[in-house]
Ligand binder design. Structure first.
Ligand code: SAM
Length: 214
């Protein structure tokens, strides 16, 4: 599915989020520190692009299951490594990265607990995991508006532009199925992350979840 929508992915992200997705990624990246960064489910590499803007010449690695997404990322970001691999089995040594990010990716990962264990394994001690993910808006009125937008308008425009019938219908459904913020916090803690917290973005359309490897 992601390979199928890769040619129009960036354009639709900007259009359907009114460019807010860029601001969200920037916020997530602002929490990072260090020199070695891994972005999981990197897609077309937009998180790594923000990391590069903030830190300059640091070591960047992107992982994704879709080769077509990675090809686009590779064209956009020079001097980075891209690896086709699942989040649940990362092909990196223990204690390799200062920061691990995953933006709009965890929702799609089947075995999230294994993925969280992998993120912790590849992080150095003191390294940070930053998760950016859609969730359900807290405000009921805004939630209703957003429900209409995501279940009606977004699939219509998404289908029209990407020519993929299922992808933009899958998106709001997968957001509904994703664990709520408290549950994700407790998952991160039970995997062993410390100082775990989350913060809402744009009335809770998205959340940043952050935790440290002890
Ligand atoms: C919605 S895109 C997000 C892309 C990018 N992180 C961004 O901020 O736009 C989700 C990505 O997750 C990837 N993906 C889905 N399941 C995965 C898994 N188990 N392991 C690695 N990548 C996965 C897809 O191929 C897709 O590129």
């Amino acid at each position: 599915m992601f390979s199928n929508i890769s040619p129009t992915y960036d354009f639709l992200n900007r259009l359907l989020s009114f460019n807010i997705d860029k601001v969200w990624r920037k916020r997530a990246v602002s929490l990072l520190k260090g020199n070695f960064f891994l972005d999981v489910a990197t897609g077309t590499g937009d998180v790594l692009l923000e990391v590069k803007k903030k830190f300059g010449s640091v070591e960047l690695t992107g992982v994704d299951l879709s080769l077509d997404m990675l090809k686009i990322a590779n064209k956009k970001i020079k001097d980075s490594s891209f690896v086709c691999a699942p989040a649940e089995r990362l092909p990196f040594k223990d204690n390799s990265f200062d920061g691990v990010t995953i933006a709009f990716g965890l929702r799609n990962v089947v075995d999230r607990v294994s993925a969280l264990f992998e993120f912790k394994r590849v992080l150095k001690s003191g390294g940070k995991l930053v998760i950016l993910e859609f969730n359900r808006p807290v405000n009921r009125f805004f939630g209703m508006l957003y429900g209409f937008y995501s279940f009606t308008f977004m699939p219509f425009v998404g289908r029209l532009i990407s020519k993929d019938k299922a992808a933009y219908t899958y998106l709001p459904k997968s957001i509904r199925r994703f664990p709520d913020v408290e549950f994700l916090r407790s998952m991160m803690e039970s995997v062993g992350f410390k100082d775990v917290y989350y913060q809402p973005l744009t009335f809770g359309v998205s959340f940043i979840h952050c935790g440290k490897k002890p």
